[in-house]
Design a binder for this molecule. Structure first.
Ligand code: MSP
Length: 631
């Protein structure tokens, strides 16, 4: 029997049209789903929409539409968006569907019958944006940190789920299963939440206030709290409890989410499963946020990037590849249109597209389009070694959620094929057999690369394989090199796979010729005004980890007075991560965010350079609150 794999995206609220944040999470999930299908798993990929609750009812009202009509429209927009981006979901669940409602009511009744739900009065601070009560601790300057608004004080009769009862079980489970929540920084965050009482969870809303929801089966005056409703989509879509899909795919589930919904998935959801006596999911994979100009993209900030606009201009695969390749999974990433163009031109147009073009031209010109499977010689050894290791390396990296590195490995291999072509210089080879050998090696290498890149570039890799007549392939077909048959013939015609994107700047340069910039004068002294423009702050180090792509860099998570920042510093040779946690440091906080080897640094730490180049971090000489100004 085939191994099973089940991957989900969050179900998206239908109060907003699909944007790049949704696309990012969904593309990551699609990448995993596609990889597992190609790697021989029986795979099920679920996405969908979250359509109940106050926020949605308000949005429908603003749009002047009845809620159901409104949510139907936005759910369709999500489906279209996923089609545009080549998202290969197997099912699309909507929480207003009958199949979902039935499961929610059944699940509630089961937990209620077991005595894990009770009625009580609740008084607290409610954020409509989050659709939950926030604790005092979560507020920053009295406001919700994610939505920037003061939560409303509310007092109402609610049903409660005995969540606190399962806290120690959950803590044990996370401790015993180190990869339950990944990457590790988020696991630590959850363990910190669980080290203190989490309280019980209010799971209903009085219908008099919110009517857009699923009624509690034992009290129709209340509707189910939207998160309790939404989280159950992961099993309702499988036909919980008796459906074939449920038996087959649960609990082999991997939920892909963004870090903003960590608590609901890492605390609410597993305790809900435990209370219903259902095995918990296998992994919670937590992604970072995509930032535009250094800040989280959001409608209210007006800095939302439209991935569909990019997809129209550059093709869906370019967008997928860029988002997967640019940012290590789990960390925040900055994306921009020039960044996409640069990545596309470098990796896809220059490295991969050109190689295909070159080799096709040579096979057609020198060999009439036919390849001969000639035994390799010593000059092929390097390529063959890299090629035979590649599938296993990619499998390992994908398993560790290092999607960007997995892609980089394949690109490195493609670059090594380019070097091999340059070194072997087929255009100079006189021996026909040796020429066959070189051309075969390159096409066979591209055959392997095409399979391993397919999860990121599904449309383009199908085109690449058509250009080389390779047909449908799986990872098993490229487990070892030289799988291409003797006498293989490639087609005479094929479109250019990745036409280079010309940028305005380059076009201008071509026309006008470029002028070297005048060296800027460096003033010897600065006025106070210059200094005052620097926003220097004290920050407390919350966490430090090695940079995933660079040995000399460390990635810091800092508390800058309620605001959290990620900062990259070249300190790996000077400090061990553990000796830095808890320290107070000085941060240049208004430095323009920039990406250092794939990780966005939101500021710079100040350090002094001692003799021999040894760096020492600056710290205040007595305790001050994080966020304090340095002047
Ligand atoms: N409906 C809930 C999820 C319920 S799951 C049982 C929800 N929906 S949402 O529409 O707000 O989408 C949330 C998800 O979208 C985030 O967790 C994240 O995966 C993704 N993103 C939204 N904005 C984002 C960025 N700017 N960057 C990356 N992803 C973010 O919460």
């Amino acid at each position: 029997m085939k191994k099973t794999f089940y991957v989900t995206t969050p179900i998206y609220y239908v109060n907003a049209r699909p944007h790049i944040g949704h696309a990012y999470t969904t593309i990551n999930a699609d990448f995993l789903a596609r990889w597992h299908r190609l790697d021989g798993y029986d795979t099920f990929f679920l996405t969908g929409t979250d359509e109940h609750g106050e926020k949605i009812a308000q949005a429908a009202q603003r749009a002047g539409k009845p809620p159901q009509q409104f949510v139907d429209g936005v759910a369709d927009a999500f489906k279209k968006a996923w089609e545009t981006l080549h998202i290969s979901y197997d099912d699309f669940i909507r929480t207003t569907e009958e199949r979902h409602k039935q499961v929610v009511q059944r699940y509630l009744q089961e937990i209620y019958d077991r005595g894990d739900i009770y009625y009580g009065e609740y008084e607290g601070l409610y954020c409509v944006g989050c659709e939950r009560f926030l604790t005092e601790k979560e507020l920053v300057d009295g406001k919700c940190p994610d939505h920037g608004v003061e939560p409303e004080p509310r007092r109402e009769g609610n049903y409660f789920f005995k969540m606190e009862k399962y806290r120690s079980w959950l803590r044990d489970h996370i401790q015993k299963h180190p990869d339950f929540i990944r990457p590790e920084r988020y696991r630590n965050e959850v363990l910190a939440i669980l080290s203190e009482p989490i309280g019980d969870l209010s799971i209903s809303r009085p219908k008099s206030r919110v009517s857009w929801g699923i009624e509690l089966p034992w009290d129709p005056e209340h509707v189910t709290y939207v998160w309790f409703d939404a989280l159950l989509n992961y099993v309702s879509a499988l036909g919980y409890p008796d459906g074939e899909r449920f038996k087959k795919y649960w609990p082999a589930a991997q939920h892909m989410i963004g870090k903003d919904i960590l608590k609901t998935h890492a605390v609410f959801w597993p305790t809900m499963l435990k209370a219903g006596d259902v095995e918990v999911y296998k992994h919670l994979n937590v992604g970072g946020h995509l930032l535009a100009d250094g800040r989280k993209m959001s409608k209210s900030l007006g800095n939302v990037i439209d991935p569909f606009d990019w997809a129209r201009k550059y093709g869906p695969d370019a967008v997928r590849y860029y988002l997967l390749k640019e940012t290590p999974y789990g960390l925040d990433g900055v994306v921009s249109e020039p960044g996409l163009i640069e990545r596309y031109n470098a990796d896809l147009a220059n490295d991969l597209g050109n190689l295909l073009q070159r080799v096709r031209t040579m096979v057609l010109k020198y060999k009439g389009g036919v390849l001969r499977r000639v035994d390799p010689g010593t000059q092929e050894e390097g390529v063959l070694r890299a090629q035979s290791n590649l599938p296993a390396t990619v499998r390992r990296l994908v398993g560790e959620l290092r999607f960007n590195q997995a892609l980089e490995e394949v690109l490195q291999f493609v670059r090594s094929l380019n070097r091999y072509v340059n070194e072997r210089a087929p255009w100079k080879i006189r021996d026909p057999e040796d020429l066959d050998r070189v051309l075969y090696t390159v096409v066979d290498g591209l055959r392997t690369a095409s399979v391993l890149l397919e999860p990121a570039l599904p449309g383009k890799m199908a085109e690449l394989r058509a250009a080389l007549a390779l047909g449908e392939l799986e990872v098993a077909d490229v487990a070892s090199p030289r799988g291409l048959a003797d006498g293989h013939r490639i087609p005479e015609e094929a479109p250019i796979l990745f036409p280079k994107i010309e940028t305005e700047k380059k076009k201008e340069k071509k026309g006008a010729g470029s002028q070297p910039a005048a060296p800027s004068e460096r003033p010897e002294t600065v006025g106070y005004g210059d200094f005052a423009r620097l926003d220097l702050r004290v920050a407390r180090v919350l966490e430090v980890e090695p940079h995933p792509n660079a040995d000399r860099l460390l990635v810091f998570r800092l508390d800058v007075g309620g605001e959290e920042r990620t900062v990259v510093g070249g300190l790996a040779e000077h400090y061990r991560p553990e000796e830095l946690v808890g320290k107070e440091v000085v941060l240049l906080a208004n430095l323009k965010p920039r990406k250092l080897r794939g990780v966005v640094s939101q500021g710079m730490l100040l350090a002094a350079e001692g003799s021999g180049g040894r760096l020492a971090l600056l710290t205040p000489d007595r305790d001050v609150e994080p966020g304090s100004k340095v002047s």
